[in-house]
Every structure is written in C-alpha cells, then in structure tokens.
Design a protein. Structure first.
Length: 309
C-alpha cells in the first residue's frame, strides 16, 4: 500500500523542498506558508507538487476548507523533524535587518496604510517598524516621510541622508460634514463661521503654511475644540457639526465631507518628502519599500490635483 510508509528518505530531500513542506504542514495553509517564506503561493504549490510526484503519493489533503496531511505526509513530517537541524539551513532572514519607517501621521493613515498592509500580507517574514515623525527626519529611521512648508530649506538632521524626493503637494481647506449644513447655507465668509464649533489639531499651530487657519483659531475666545489626535479631530468634524482643517484629498476617502475653500484668500499647502538614511539606502529591503511608497503616491496622483484644474 502506498500509504503505509514514506517512499523517500528524509535525508535525501533537498533543503528547500523540506523547508517548503514543513512550513505548509505547520501553517495548514498554502497562502500563509508562502507568506512566511516570502514567496508566491504559486511557486510553493509547484515545488510541493514536484515533491509529491517524486514521492508518488499526495502529501496534503484539502477537505471542508481545511488543509491537512495525509498519512504519508504525517510520516514525512515526523521523519524531517528528527533531521531538521541537518536538513534546514539557518533562515536567511535571521540575520536580516528590519526596516524602520518614520512617517508623518496623516501620510501613513491616509495614503500608505493600505499598501503597507498588502506588503505585510505578502511578506510575513519581514520585519517592519513604523514610528511617528514630527518635523525633520529622524536618525532612528531607515526611511523618512515628512511634511514641509513651500520653500522650506532641505532639513539638516545631523546625519547623512539621500537627496530628498518630493512626493506630492498637499492642499488644505476647512471642511464640514454635508449632513449638518444644507448646500445653500454653506459658509462662504468668515463671519458665517460664528455659529460653528471649530476643531484644531495641536500640531497645526506651529505650521506657518497653515497660518490663515491658525490666525482664525487664535481670534476665537470660545467655540474651539483642540486635540493632539488628528483622528479624533476628523471624527469631530464628521459627527459633531464642527468645522476643521483637513487635506483636500479627504474627499477621496470620505464622500460625506465637503471643503470650504472660499473661506480663505491665501492658499494653504505643504509638500510631502521622502528620504532615506544614507547608510541604509542600498539595502534591498529598503529599496523595495521606497519603491512601494513612491508607487502609493503616484497611483493616487489625482487625489492631489485641484478639482478645477
């Protein structure tokens, strides 16, 4: 009977086949095993199919949406486990450096989050650390994304960085939730804001590019809710009939919000910049993530284009 014993000696298995088989058996999922190995599921399946053809019998059984080992598969797993140290080389990723990305909060939340989640789904063995970046680049990071006012000089963080790349220009306007204001009653002049609570993000106060809005906040004795949490400010605008300053691209993410650009004569805008620590720039994993970040912005280029342009 072909199921009575493995038809191949564990010692004769090449290390890659053994690694692919054991990962699939451990995860009970071809997709998750592929993620942990940093390969595609199709490559994994082809390698396992070749192994099964070599042995002459199936190693896996897929039934009722569940992946399990056949009897031969279980015996092969046990045989490999007893020779694991000789068969499996140390993982290449064990000495691999992680990548630290320092990024401004709104750039991470609004633009990069989805692409980074997709990256991590495909690369479960990678090591990625995200830290908040306030102001100039940080020496703690390999990749840095920050916001700067127009005309700002290149930051000098005290360590060598690659030439900064301008990713996009981000425009800001006051916004209100549509459900709280009928279109004919939309505020179009400063004095019409007197009947509304204004929401201010604390970090905006120190940004010269946002001075028209900040000046309005300073003139208010009352009717201002201030928070250090940009997400809370967004929720207050959405759900509390408040008016607050948001990037113009927010309408691409939330169709319930409407901008009020006519309130200010002067435009408010910042630039998003990307740079890497000079000592990390040539690392393969850093290059992959830099390319991912650039693609994330390029694929959303229409977000940053004025509606009337």
């Amino acid at each position: 009977m072909p199921d009575e014993q493995p038809l191949i000696h564990a010692q004769s298995l090449d290390s890659r086949s053994a690694q692919y088989f054991l990962a699939s058996a451990r995860c009970a999922s071809f997709k998750q095993a592929a993620r942990s190995l940093n390969i595609s599921a199709s490559v994994l399946r082809k390698k396992l199919l070749a192994l099964e053809q070599r042995i002459g019998t199936p190693l896996f059984l897929y039934q009722d949406n569940s992946l399990s080992l056949t009897l031969v598969g279980k015996r092969l797993q046990a045989a490999l486990a007893s020779h694991q140290e000789e068969l499996l080389p140390a993982k290449a990723d064990s000495t691999r450096q992680g990548v630290v990305i320092a990024v401004a909060d709104i750039l991470l939340r609004d633009i990069l989050a989805r692409d980074l989640i997709a990256f991590l789904r495909r690369n479960a063995a990678s090591r990625l650390e995200l830290i908040a970046l306030h102001g100039v680049p940080s020496a703690k990071a390999d990749i840095m994304l920050w916001l700067a006012d127009p005309g700002s000089p290149r930051p000098d963080p005290g360590f060598a960085t690659t030439q900064p790349i301008c990713l996009t220009r981000i425009r800001y306007s006051a916004h209100v939730a549509k459900r709280y204001v009928a279109k004919p009653a939309m505020p179009r002049r400063m004095e019409q804001l007197d009947d509304y609570m204004l929401v201010q993000v604390s970090s905006h106060m120190g940004m010269p590019a946002l001075e028209p809005w900040n000046r309005l906040i300073r003139r208010r004795a009352n009717g201002v809710a201030q928070t250090s949490d940009p997400q809370l400010a967004l929720e207050l605008i959405r759900n509390s009939a408040c008016i607050g300053l948001l990037p113009d691209y927010i309408a691409q993410l939330d169709k319930t919000l409407v901008p009020l650009p006519q309130l200010f004569d002067a435009s408010m805008q910042q630039y998003a910049w990307l740079s890497t620590h000079a000592q990390a720039a040539e690392r393969a994993e850093v290059k992959v993530l830099v390319a991912l970040i650039q693609h994330a912005f390029a694929s959303r280029s229409e977000w940053f284009t004025p509606q009337n342009s």
